[in-house]
Ligand binder design. Structure first.
Ligand SMILES: [Zn+2]
Length: 294
C-alpha cells in the first residue's frame, strides 16, 4: 500500500517536472515582470530590429500603425514580418522624417498594404528612396497628411499627440514628427531623430512617459539629461546596428540613461523588442534576429 502511494507520488512529481520543463522550453527568454490580461485587449509596440535604422509597429484591438520603415534593404523583410502577423492594413503610417534609414522600406509598405492615413513632414530630399515613396503614394492615390504641433489622433484606445514637427530642409532630423502616445495609464514617447534643439522646445509640454524611443539611435546630439529628467521614463529603447560606423549609441547618452536608472533595451543586443501593456504595466519580450550577426 505504502509502496503504491510512493509510486503515485513519484509519478505526479515527474509529471509536474515535465510540464515545467516544457513550459520553460517554449518560453525561454521572456522577461515577464507581471503577467497581463488577454493579449487581444492589449497594446503591443514592436521595435523591429532593422540594424542602423528605425521601424516601430503599434498594435491595439486589431488595428495597426507603423512609424518608419527601416533602410531600403529592409522593405521585403518588413513585408514578410507584417504578413506573418496577419497585417493587411495600417490605420496610420507615419514617416518621422525623410532620411533613408526611416523611409527606406516605405515604398514596399505602400505597395503591399492598405493605408488609411499617411503622415509625413513637409520636406523633401533628393535620395532615390524618397522619389520611390512619392511614386508609390501617387500610384495608390494616397494623400500625404502633414500634421501640426498639438494635433491629436487616435487608433482604438491609443491617443497620439504631435509634440513637434518641422519643415527645415537644412535640418531634416529636427523636422521629425515627435509623438506622445497615451494608452490608459501608460505613456510612450517617439522621438524620430530630433536633437536637443527640439528637446529644448518641447521641454515644458507634458512629455512625461513610461517609455522613450531614444532619439537619433543614441547620438550625443539628443537625449540630454535635463530632457530625460522631465520625461522620467522607466524604459528606453535604442534602435541601432551592432558595430555601426557612427559608434552609436554614444557613451554620454548611455551615461544619462544609467544615471536615472532607466532600463535600456537595444536592438543591436536584444533583437526585436516587443513592449506589451494592459494599460498599467509594461512587459518586454525579445526576439533574437539575424540582422546583427556579422
Ligand atoms: Zn535615423
Amino acid at each position: 500500500m505504502f509502496k503504491e502511494k510512493l509510486k503515485y507520488t513519484i509519478e505526479i512529481v515527474l509529471l509536474i517536472g515535465l510540464f515545467l520543463g516544457y513550459y520553460y522550453y517554449i518560453n525561454p527568454s521572456k522577461e515577464v515582470i507581471k503577467p497581463v490580461g488577454n493579449i487581444e485587449e492589449n497594446l503591443k509596440i514592436y521595435f523591429i530590429d532593422v540594424g542602423q535604422a528605425d521601424s516601430t509597429l503599434i498594435y491595439n484591438n486589431g488595428e495597426y500603425s507603423l512609424i518608419d520603415a527601416g533602410n531600403n534593404k529592409d522593405g521585403n523583410k518588413l513585408i514578410k514580418y507584417f504578413k506573418s502577423l496577419g497585417i493587411n492594413k495600417f490605420k496610420y503610417v507615419i514617416t518621422t522624417h525623410v532620411h533613408e534609414d526611416h523611409i527606406g522600406g516605405m515604398d514596399n509598405i505602400i505597395r503591399e498594404f492598405d493605408i488609411e492615413h499617411f503622415l509625413m513632414p513637409d520636406t523633401y530630399t533628393d535620395n532615390m528612396t524618397y522619389t520611390e515613396v512619392l511614386k508609390e503614394l501617387k500610384k495608390k492615390n494616397i494623400i500625404i497628411e502633414t500634421p501640426n504641433i498639438n494635433d491629436t489622433f487616435t487608433m482604438e484606445e491609443i491617443n497620439f499627440k504631435v509634440l513637434s514637427i518641422g519643415n527645415d530642409l537644412e535640418n531634416l532630423n529636427d523636422s521629425s514628427i515627435v509623438l506622445k502616445a497615451n494608452y490608459k495609464n501608460t505613456n510612450y514617447l517617439f522621438t524620430g531623430d530630433a536633437t536637443k534643439e527640439v528637446e529644448k522646445k518641447i521641454m515644458n509640454q507634458d512629455i512625461q512617459s513610461d517609455l522613450i524611443k531614444v532619439s537619433h539611435h543614441g547620438s550625443y546630439d539628443a537625449t540630454g539629461l535635463d530632457f530625460l529628467e522631465k520625461v522620467n521614463p522607466k524604459y528606453a529603447i535604442i534602435s541601432v546596428e551592432k558595430d555601426n560606423d557612427y559608434h552609436f549609441p554614444h557613451d554620454i547618452v548611455l551615461n544619462n540613461l544609467n544615471k536615472l536608472n532607466i532600463k535600456i533595451y537595444r536592438t543591436d543586443l536584444d533583437g526585436t523588442i516587443i513592449a506589451s501593456s494592459d494599460g498599467d504595466n509594461i512587459i518586454f519580450e525579445k526576439i533574437k534576429t539575424d540582422t546583427n550577426q556579422k
